[in-house]
Write a protein that binds this ligand. Structure first.
Ligand code: NDP
Ligand code: 8X3
Length: 258
């Protein structure tokens, strides 16, 4: 098992859900955690928690991954001791709305494409050249089963996750001959703030998504990401699909008593 001790792990979207769980799980393996999100207060608190409880280095900064210039400036302006990113976890992302294609909100589409696809591209473009130059690194993209199977009214969200899968494959091809590894971790239903965001803050509707069965916890996904990152250097985990036992496909979830 490869050690993560003192390795710099950069997690995008660490203020909630899977990103927050990744920050905690990688820190528990001794990694130094570099993290961003728009809600700085949350990640500042998380950084403090990781430093105090786990004794690791942690650095948080505010970033909207949709802002190309801000991404470039933030990565270029990282303090010297945070520049050698070993593992990049492209996690920041969201869904907005669940509408028929022809009734969808264009503003929702823009937000998803800008964060899930363009944001991932901007961060990757800024960070990966350093990995290649240093001769090592690992990119872990958080995809989804929605990137393998389209579900009704998932249209644009699913398209962004299909894009994450294609970009993960494309990146692996283009990094061939370098020691930099690329993994895609593709979860099924995970109980996070995801549905609250999708339904624009409607907590009752969001809660129903996770009722009547046992969804994944964000920690289950973080566990898969840590597993990918701790394989020996000659082992590249291309894709991991993680589903709740109660979920067989994007549309088949075994619910009890609902
Ligand atoms: P959460 O809503 O709990 O967390 C999303 C995170 O992404 C937050 O930290 C949020 O931070 C950040 N984020 C969103 N937009 C931006 C942005 N423009 N710039 C920077 N950070 C941003 O959802 P999840 O943890 O569930 O989602 C994380 C990833 O996992 C997403 O890519 C999602 O598509 C994927 N996923 C989720 C599944 C699920 O069922 N929950 C299943 C499969 C994949 P902030 O708002 O502070 O900027
Ligand atoms: C999130 C999982 O099925 O809600 O990517 O789209 S799903």
């Amino acid at each position: 098992m490869a050690s993560l001790k003192n390795k710099i792990v950069f997690v995008t979207g660490a203020s909630a859900g899977i990103g927050q769980a990744c920050a905690r799980a990688f820190a528990a393996s001794g990694a130094a955690i570099l993290m961003c999100a728009r809600r700085l207060e949350r990640i500042d608190m998380l950084a403090e928690e990781l430093r105090e409880d786990l004794g690791v280095r942690a650095h948080a900064f505010s970033l909207d991954v949709r802002d190309r210039e801000a991404v470039e400036k933030a990565v270029e302006g990282l303090p010297e001791e945070w520049r050698a990113v070993e593992v990049l976890i492209n996690n920041a992302g969201l869904s907005r709305g669940l509408h028929k294609f022809h009734e969808g909100l264009v503003s929702d589409w823009d937000e998803m494409i800008d964060a899930n696809v363009k944001g991932l591209l901007y961060v990757s473009r800024a960070v990966i050249p350093g990995m290649v130059a240093r001769g090592g690194g690992h990119v872990i993209n958080i995809g989804s089963i929605a990137g393998r199977e389209v579900y009704p009214m998932g249209n644009v969200y699913c398209a962004t996750k299909y894009a994450v899968r294609a970009l993960s494959k494309g990146l692996r091809l283009d990094l061939s001959g370098t020691p930099v590894r690329v993994s895609e971790v593709a979860p099924g239903l995970v109980e996070t703030e995801f549905s609250l965001v999708r339904f624009h803050g409607d907590a009752e509707r969001a809660g129903k998504v996770y009722q009547g069965y046992r969804p994944l916890r964000p920690e289950d996904v973080a566990d898969a990401a840590v597993w990918c990152a701790t394989r020996p250097p000659h082992v590249s985990i291309a894709e991991v699909v993680v589903m709740p036992t109660d979920q067989a496909s994007t549309t088949l979830v075994h619910k009890r008593g609902t």
